[in-house]
Design a protein around this ligand. Structure first.
Ligand SMILES: Cc1cc2nc3c(=O)[nH]c(=O)nc-3n(C[C@H](O)[C@H](O)[C@H](O)COP(=O)(O)OP(=O)(O)OC[C@H]3O[C@@H](n4cnc5c(N)ncnc54)[C@H](O)[C@@H]3O)c2cc1C
Length: 449
């Protein structure tokens, strides 16, 4: 066959680059294809915090001296960029009260901010040097099919279609995976929750009162549509960390953006007219990024025939960058074993099932309740955050543990709340019953596929 490869990898993000690298190192012939013309150029929003809480995805991920280390899987990824250790996580209410979570790591960090470009650039240069890998840029996958003896993947550029065949194909084309969609897996095996639109500003000259911190703006009073999640943190920008560039990100459920204003308009409003606009009066926007996120439940079994689904393609929202690399590492090794022994893909599937938290539906509920403080009234959030002033709260930036850290901090004041605001106390006690749709601020009647 003219176009026969061992593996056709769709998507050269952290997951696809990792699979390609592992497989090619063991001698497999890899075709790596991405729709972008310039692979290391990052177009999508990504806050790019290294999640250092031990146990995340059953791993312990650390950064030191130019390496990201995966302790349990026993591999390292070189990272030649800069980092900014984040010392605190502040949750800021519409009235300006802050709930402060201090870093729980031995170094006192909640997370480490790094630069996705630098990481992807490093992974891409390793892949480029390997002669077993052929790279095609500017081709978009439109279809994948299991065929006799392997997989056929169809790509297109502006003018025509191209078909390549491999013994195995890897879907690493991100959260809105076309490969997963065309295999029918979104229909057969996943539940759709919502579509979010995301926009991010990268800004110089921000006068931020919370340096070296992850900041979440909680409550409905920050945006005109009264919906959405707003985050901010300092980022290395083209290797420079001082003065910091801040990334401000807003994600809004689609129904709200259709009804009203775009996410970019909302960010303009927040930075020029919102309560915290004073922080931004001298700011200069150096980059704007965006993303669309379809929230599906994860693929509990990430294998379909000879297609292996890796990274965000298989996830509920995200695996994080580090998860994409870790699952890419595991999938690459499993494919090598499969092609030499006839079995082994299940190694990867089993590891995924056990370690990806969102495979447990309860975890989806718990994590989305992290967003769910929005179901409280803004003045209640002001009151609650005000109660935590002076508390010694420790934790990490991590969507799995942060809702628990926050809830525990608020509930430690439950007696006082029940005395002073009995209705609010009752709401807080029942907080675990908030539905995923309510927590995500999605009107289930207006869900859009
Ligand atoms: C707002 C936001 C904040 C985030 N914050 C963090 C954070 O703080 N820390 C963290 O670790 N992670 C964060 N993430 C998640 C992180 O970005 C992803 O989990 C990670 O990038 C997943 O890697 P991936 O390789 O699976 O997919 P991606 O990085 O999305 O890569 C997919 C690749 O596939 C290509 N592609 C897509 N479709 C096709 C197609 N049809 N044909 C060919 N190529 C295609 C794309 O061009 C891209 O190169 C965040 C994400 C968002 C949206």
């Amino acid at each position: 066959m003219a176009n026969q490869y061992d593996i056709v990898v769709v998507g050269a993000g952290p997951a696809g680059l990792m699979v390609s690298q592992i497989a090619a190192k063991k001698g497999l012939k890899v075709l790596l294809v991405d729709q972008k013309k310039d692979i290391p150029k990052i177009l999508r929003s990504c806050c790019c915090n290294l999640i250092i809480e031990p146990g995340t995805h059953k791993e312990v991920v650390t950064y030191s001296s130019g390496e990201i280390r995966f302790q349990n899987n026993n591999f390292v990824v070189p990272y030649a960029g800069s980092v900014i250790p984040l010392k605190n996580s502040f949750k800021v209410s519409p009235g300006g009260q802050a709930l402060t979570i201090k870093g729980k790591s031995p170094e006192g960090n909640v997370a480490i901010s790094y630069e996705k470009e630098a990481l992807v650039n490093g992974l891409f240069s390793i892949v480029q040097k390997n002669k077993n890998i052929e790279i095609l840029c500017g081709l978009q996958a439109v279809k994948a099919e299991n065929v006799k003896g392997g997989v056929k993947v169809t790509f297109r550029d502006r003018e025509k279609n191209f078909t390549f065949e491999g013994k195995v194909a890897v879907a690493a084309d991100g959260v809105n995976s076309k490969v997963v969609e065309t295999l029918g897996l979104n229909e057969k095996r996943r539940k759709f929750f919502a579509r979010f639109r995301v926009c991010s500003f990268h800004m110089e000259n921000v006068d931020c009162p919370y340096p070296d911190s992850w900041i979440t703006f909680v409550g409905t009073g920050h945006t005109r549509t009264k919906r959405g999640q707003l985050y901010m943190c300092p980022k290395p920008h083209e290797g420079i960390t001082d003065p910091p560039v801040y990334e401000l990100t807003l994600g809004v459920p689609v129904a709200a953006t259709v009804e009203a204003v775009s996410t970019r308009d909302e960010l303009d409003y927040f930075t020029t007219k919102g309560r915290f606009s004073g922080w931004f009066k001298n700011m200069k926007i150096v980059d704007v990024r965006a993303a669309t996120l379809n929230f599906y439940t994860p693929l509990i079994n990430p294998i379909e025939g000879n297609v292996v689904v890796v990274g965000d393609s298989a996830a509920f929202i995200e695996t994080y960058v580090q998860g994409a690399m870790m699952y890419g590492f595991q999938a690459g090794n499993a494919i090598v074993k499969y092609l030499s022994t006839g079995s082994g893909l299940e190694d990867y599937a089993d590891a995924w099932k056990e370690s990806f938290e969102y495979n447990d539906p309860e975890e989806i509920k718990r994590a989305s309740q992290g967003f769910g403080l929005h179901v409280l009234k803004d003045h209640d959030i002001d009151y609650l955050f005000g109660l935590t002033r002076g508390d010694d709260i420790r934790g990490y930036v991590n969507e799995f543990s942060d809702p628990i850290t926050t809830r525990t901090a608020l509930l430690s004041h439950l007696d006082q709340i029940k005395k002073e605001r009995p209705e609010l106390g009752a709401v807080l006690e029942k907080f675990s019953q908030v539905s995923v749709d309510d927590a995500l601020q999605v009107d289930s009647r207006k869900k859009k596929h």
